[in-house]
Design a protein around this ligand. Structure first.
Ligand code: DON
Length: 305
């Protein structure tokens, strides 16, 4: 891989002045305790080379980024049948919105809004006796790191404030689109959102998507080429919720954000890049994270287009 260390340093200095312009997520109380000035970036190439800057090895809560792992797990098992339960269109609404669900008979627009991710986690519950262990195993394999855990404090904090996700899950259950016990479902969902990882882990863990579905660390075929294409297309169109269009316009890569302030993007066949800066913009995406990714693709003159 090209040496991106100098470019990362440049980007770091360019985006740093934006710290202080966003807001920490506080609807999950444990997320408001992080240092809002944190900023880290890591790039990992499909052949395993790492470039990094700033707080790239400080762990944080990955939140919605974890929806990519559960989607990959469910998609590998269900194949095209998965799309009977969840759509593949951008929602144009905030990630935790209830509004479309009644009109669309309990079938969420896409697997990344909370409603859709809950349907996916429900599938993972049906597939595995110990779903939390299965998710942890999966993430450790794709990140090539056994030292990844759920942050129990963040999981508990989210479970204590889970009224909206409970409402979404119960509502979908009334349409027959949730099979498992809702409290168990929310427990597993809050745990996978509470995965604690850093930028290097995150970039590594997305390499299988940059590598046509194959885990470059152990050769495991996790998704078919076509499935990897489809998952990447969903990240491009829906990965940043109602900012997905703007993200595609500015960054030009498939990417996924989380309210912990992480955002990961991939260049197919080449690399994954993860940024962490916990202050969010009005759409719940990392304000500095999106900016840093825009600077990156502009400077290196690469995108999927
Ligand atoms: O369910 C929630 O609200 C959080 N666990 C995840 C939301 C999230 O990360 C949205 N991303 N920007």
């Amino acid at each position: 891989m090209m040496d991106y260390n100098d470019i990362l340093k440049e980007i770091y200095e360019e985006v740093k002045p934006l710290l202080g312009k966003g807001r920490l997520a506080d609807y999950i109380p444990a997320l408001s305790c992080v240092d809002s000035n944190s900023l880290g970036i890591a790039i990992v190439s499909v052949d395993g080379e790492v470039c990094k800057v700033g707080d790239a090895e400080t762990n944080f809560s990955v939140q919605s980024i974890s929806k990519v792992y559960t989607l990959a797990m469910a998609f590998a098992e269900h194949g095209v049948g998965l799309w009977d339960y969840v759509g593949k269109e951008p929602s144009g609404n905030p990630f935790n919105s209830l509004i479309q669900l009644e009109h669309e008979q309990g079938i969420p627009r896409n697997p990344f809004i909370n409603a859709g991710a809950l349907v996916i986690t429900d599938k993972v519950l049906s597939l595995y006796k110990k779903p939390k262990n299965a998710i942890l195993d999966y993430v450790r394999k794709v990140a090539d790191n056994e030292d990844i855990y759920f942050d129990k404090e963040v999981a508990r904090s989210e479970k204590d404030e889970a009224s909206r996700n409970l409402a979404l899950a119960h509502f979908m259950q009334s349409f027959g689109n949730i099979q498992n016990d809702v409290d168990r479902l929310i427990d597993v969902y809050c745990h996978h959102c509470a995965l604690s990882m850093n930028c290097v882990d995150l970039a590594k863990s997305f390499l299988f998507l940059a590598n046509h579905g194959e885990n470059p660390f152990n050769g495991d075929k996790l998704l078919s080429r076509s499935q990897a294409k489809r998952l990447n297309a969903l990240m491009l169109t829906c990965g940043c919720y109602d900012e997905s269009g703007d993200f595609a316009f500015r960054v030009g890569l498939p990417g996924k954000s989380g309210v912990g302030g992480g955002v990961v993007a991939i260049i197919p066949g080449e690399l994954a890049i993860a940024v962490w800066s916990p202050e969010l913009n009005e759409y719940g995406n990392s304000l500095v994270g999106v900016e840093a990714l825009e600077h990156f693709t502009t400077k290196v003159d690469k995108s999927i287009f």
